[in-house]
Design a protein around this ligand. Structure first.
Ligand SMILES: NC(=O)c1ccc[n+]([C@@H]2O[C@H](COP(=O)([O-])OP(=O)(O)OC[C@H]3O[C@@H](n4cnc5c(N)ncnc54)[C@H](OP(=O)(O)O)[C@@H]3O)[C@@H](O)[C@H]2O)c1
Length: 284
């Protein structure tokens, strides 16, 4: 039995679907059983639990052999990881595949990368076999531009000409699923990227091509990005962490391309143009 945490989210729901296609027995950890069941269907066992309430985790890991550990980007992530890793140790889980962040191991790691590295270190010293899936920025982050594309035909984004080898969440899930279901991935850390590094303006142009409407990209300063994110109710600590990441992107430090998707799955990584084509309805 494989446990997927974060199973209702962007990558987790893809991973669940791909595991079911591979005829695996899947359990999902979710904070609301009914809404998870609506999203994931009948073929998944859903255990209600919350990583911030450690006493709910033993039931989730009971009888689990392998776990896809994927939790939200929050400042308490190291503690959430620690509690679920401890539960996995008690339950005798044999292999943890952790969704982390590309660059987590770097000396110059950003705050978000350090939050992930703390969990990676705990897994390394847990005695449980591990695989780290370290994606770069998701192509699906572009869905955050959908409102202003629809209403104004404009994208306001920081990052300048900085390029990022954005990756399709379906490919991240595919790397995780291969790591969960095939031998030979223990002790490996995979940087998971798309096939080309793109600036925000280049991504915007491709979305415009797919919906048949030109979209204007306006590069905004950090102060405006901060104000806008705080305005959505995002906690200041997360806003700071995201802006730190954007500074890396702007400086061209996040443009690395890896071959992990093809190496692990045997298929080339999907392009942003293909992702935009598949998600064009969200931008019309
Ligand atoms: N977005 C990017 O560009 C990017 C890049 C690199 C790495 N990452 C990493 O990817 C992860 C996010 O992946 P994602 O975007 O696929 O997730 P997501 O769509 O943000 O979904 C978050 C998932 O976490 C679950 N969750 C939230 N709070 C929880 C809690 N207290 N206990 C248990 N489960 C909880 C949610 O489930 P319920 O609400 O149903 O309980 C949901 O399934 C983060 O760790 C982030 O650092 C993201």
């Amino acid at each position: 039995m494989i446990l997927v945490t974060g199973a209702t989210g962007t990558v987790g729901s893809e991973a669940v679907g791909q595991l079911l296609e591979a005829e695996q027995e899947v359990r999902a950890l979710a904070r609301d059983q009914a809404s998870a069941a609506r999203k994931l269907g009948d073929h998944v066992e859903i255990v209600e639990g919350d990583a911030s309430q450690p006493d709910t985790l033993d039931a989730a890991v009971d009888g689990i052999e392998r776990m896809y550990l994927l939790l939200p980007m929050v400042p308490t992530l190291p503690q959430l990881d620690a509690d679920i890793i401890a539960a996995a140790q008690r339950a005798g889980v044999r292999h943890i595949i952790k969704q982390s962040n590309m660059g987590a191991q770097d000396e110059q790691a950003t705050t978000m990368q350090r939050w992930h590295r703390a969990g990676e270190r705990l897994i390394e010293s847990s005695g449980i076999a591990w695989t780290f899936v370290r994606p770069t920025g998701f192509m699906s982050n572009a869905l955050g531009w959908a409102d202003t594309i629809r209403s104004q035909g404009i994208v306001y984004a920081p990052g300048g000409d900085g390029k990022l080898a954005v990756v399709d969440p379906r490919d991240i899930a595919a790397v995780a699923v291969a790591s969960l279901t095939e031998p030979g991935h223990e002790g490996k850390a995979y940087d998971v990227t798309g096939p080309e590094a793109l600036s925000a303006a280049e991504q915007v142009t491709m979305i415009g091509d797919e919906i048949g409407k030109p979209i204007t990209h306006i590069d905004i300063p950090e102060s405006a990005a901060r104000e806008s994110m705080l305005g959505t109710g995002m906690p200041a600590e997360i806003v700071d962490a995201l802006l730190e990441f954007m500074t890396d992107v702007r400086a061209g430090r996040s443009a690395t391309i890896s071959s992990a998707v093809e190496d692990v799955t045997g298929r080339p990584a999907r392009t942003f143009r293909a992702w935009a084509h598949d998600h064009a309805a969200a931008f019309r």
